[in-house]
Structure formats: C-alpha cells, structure tokens
Design a protein around this ligand. Structure first.
Ligand code: SIN
Ligand code: CO
Length: 369
C-alpha cells in the first residue's frame, strides 16, 4: 500500500513555497490512511514519543502531554490527539514522506499525525514552520489568514498560544487526499467536521539567532586560542573616545571571516543540522560487537538497516550523521545516504567495516536478517 502524490513541483515552488498558502485538491488520489487511530493511541502511550491531547469543551481550552494510559474519559467530541515524529516509529506512516523527499531534506522536521473528533482542533494559531497538512479520513474546515507581523498572540491555556481574530483568505473544507500548504507565519485554524485524521509534513529552517549561537559554541570548542583584533596601520584619531566606522567594519569582518572559513562553518553546520529534532528509535549495542563477529554476521547474509528518519546529509566531500562526521570517502558516503539497507558487498573494505562497526554499535544502523 502506498499513496501517490500528484503535484507540479515547479509550479508549486514558483507560486507558493514560502510565499502563500494553498489547497491542493486531490493531490493524493484514492488516499489510504497509513495508520489507524488505535495505532496512533498506542504510540501516544510510549514514554519516548511526544504526544498531546487538546480539548475545547464548551469554549474552554486544555492541553495535556503524554504518555497517556487511558482515553476512555475524553467523551465523543471536541478533543484531538496529536503525535509528533510518527515517521520515527511507524514504518507505514513514514511512507507518506516519500513524495516530499525532493525538497531539501535538511529542512525537514517531522511527520505529525493528529486524530480529531467532531468540533476538535488546536485553535487559531501561527506556526514557526512550513507545513503540508494532508487530510486523511474525514473532513476539516480550515480558515487561514494573511501574514501580518502585528497579530496579537495570547495563551488560551499555558500550552496553547492562540492568535487574535483574523480575516480568512482561505475558508474551505478539505477531504481525504487534499493537501493544505501553509507557509510559516500564516495564522490558521482547523476544525474537524466529524472524526478525522490529518498528517502534517513539517519543514523548519534555522533562525539567525540559532545559527549564530550554535556556531559560536563550535568556535569556542574548536578554536581555543583567541584571534585578536589588530590594526597595524593605525593613525592617531581626532577623538580617541570615538570608535571609528572603519574600526566597526573591521570588527564585523573579524566575525565574518570566521563564518566564511569553509572548514569551520561547513563542519559545524554538518554536525548541527544532523542533530535530532525529536527522539529517535536508536538502541546502542550492549555489549558492543567485536570486529570479527560483525564481519561474519555480514558475511553470512545479515543486512544493516538505517534507523528511520535519522538525519544524514552531505556537505562537499563529507558526510554527517546524528551530529557527527563520518570518516569515509565520498563514494561510500553516497552509498550510505542512498541505501537504507546495506549488505556485505557494499561494505567489504576494512576501513569501511571499522567505521560501520562504530556506527552500528552506537545504534545508527541495526541488523535485520
Ligand atoms: C492539527 O493537525 O490538529 C493541527 C495542525 C496545525 O494546525 O498545525
Ligand atoms: Co498549525
């Protein structure tokens, strides 16, 4: 079972991506839900999986965070269950991401699945990410407003940041197989008409603040010796208490020079962007495999499967996974990125096997028969 997405990506990128919201009607023809509400509830019972239940009974908003043990007291309507990073834990649900893998994957965050009863929703709000909301079973009414930095936001509940009333530029119901795309910053509100399931494919970019502070931490750890401001061409200024524009420009360049050093910036970004955004199904091997044991398992036909949705990207000739650099040549990095299931034929070289042994012992790949 797999759903096929029909979308004209060139047209979509030109007209909508990070520009304006749009409903893509019937983008998945004959959409089949890849997960059931019961399976979703099962995931919400797990400690390591982020989930929440939002209720809006009689106009009163409430939010509770999982893990949950009991869903029996929630009643018939006005509540929804939202589970984050379902792609990390449910193989069939993760297949929904396949058609979105043409978009730069370093910007992908997760697949959030929500089950909603009649009248349920999380209320009018603004997200910090771009999202494709795929409608599964049932139907939802979506009201999307225009972008406006002046909207007032307030806490309808301590865990629910809502936005004040806005004028809708989209006010429509969507049904199974339709997609609502909402760029960052557009207020929106989805209200379930009856029972429904929706799948949010989220893309999150980095803020300048995150970039600067993350890079600064890397510099502190990797360049312990101070690089001092120098001005060997100094001429005596009229006012030694006035910091000159050229001095400020030199100070800015001092920072920019570091940012523009590829060895530093690229290595930092590769490590930073492969850090997990949500818990992964990683289990380190205890006791760790020894080299001979590892090699003979592969030789006798066992295969290695990469942990679902572990972040792995390439920068130049280098590969990064889960916050660390992979010390292997580029052709091997390409194979590791392209192939989710590896066999001995692809790994025979001793250096490759040694590196893979370390990564397997950390739990980034695991054996399947
Ligand atoms: C939901 O799926 O219930 C909420 C999605 C959203 O508005 O971001
Ligand atoms: Co939202």
């Amino acid at each position: 079972m797999s759903n096929k997405l029909t979308i004209d990506w060139d047209n979509f990128l030109k007209n909508y991506w990070q520009k304006k919201p749009v409903i893509l009607r019937n983008a998945f023809k004959h959409f089949i839900d890849p997960i059931t509400p019961d399976e979703l509830a099962g995931l919400a019972m797990e400690e390591e999986i982020e989930s929440r239940i939002v209720t809006n009974k009689n106009g009163k908003w409430d939010a509770k965070f999982g893990p949950f043990t009991d869903f029996s007291r929630l009643g018939e309507d006005h509540w929804s269950l939202l589970v984050q990073a379902v792609d990390h834990w449910h193989e069939q649900a993760a297949t929904l991401l396949e058609p979105f893998k043409c978009i730069p994957q370093w910007q992908f965050e997760d697949l959030m699945v929500s089950y909603a009863t009649k009248g349920a929703g999380v209320g009018p709000h603004i997200d910090n990410y771009d999202v494709f909301i795929i409608q599964g079973k049932g139907c939802r009414r979506w009201q999307v407003g225009d972008r406006n930095p002046n909207y007032k936001q307030f806490n309808a509940h301590k865990a629910l940041l809502h936005v004040e009333k806005y004028h809708s530029i989209i006010d429509e119901e969507i049904v199974a197989g339709d997609i609502l795309y909402i760029p960052i910053g557009y207020p929106h509100n989805g209200i379930s008409i009856g029972e429904s399931l929706s799948y949010s494919v989220g893309f999150r970019t980095q803020t300048s603040q995150e970039l600067l502070s993350g890079f600064a931490d890397y510099i502190i750890d990797n360049l312990p010796n101070g690089i001092f401001y120098q001005d060997p061409d100094l001429k005596l200024p009229k006012d030694p208490y006035q910091i000159q524009p050229y001095e400020l420009a030199k100070l800015q360049d001092q920072i920019i020079d570091l940012v523009k050093t590829p060895n530093l910036f690229n290595d930092w970004f590769g490590k930073h962007i492969t850090l997990p955004m949500h818990e992964l199904n990683i289990v380190s091997v205890e006791p760790p495999y020894e080299y001979d044991e590892f090699q003979s398992m592969l030789q006798t036909g066992a295969k290695l499967c990469r942990v679902p949705s572990i972040r792995m990207f390439k920068i130049g000739e280098s590969g990064y996974i889960h916050g660390e650099k992979i010390n292997l040549p580029k052709p091997m990095i390409d194979i590791l990125c392209e192939t989710e299931i590896l066999s001995y034929e692809q790994l025979q070289d001793k250096n490759v096997l040694n590196t893979m042994l370390k990564l397997v012992n950390k739990g980034y790949w695991y054996f399947i028969d």
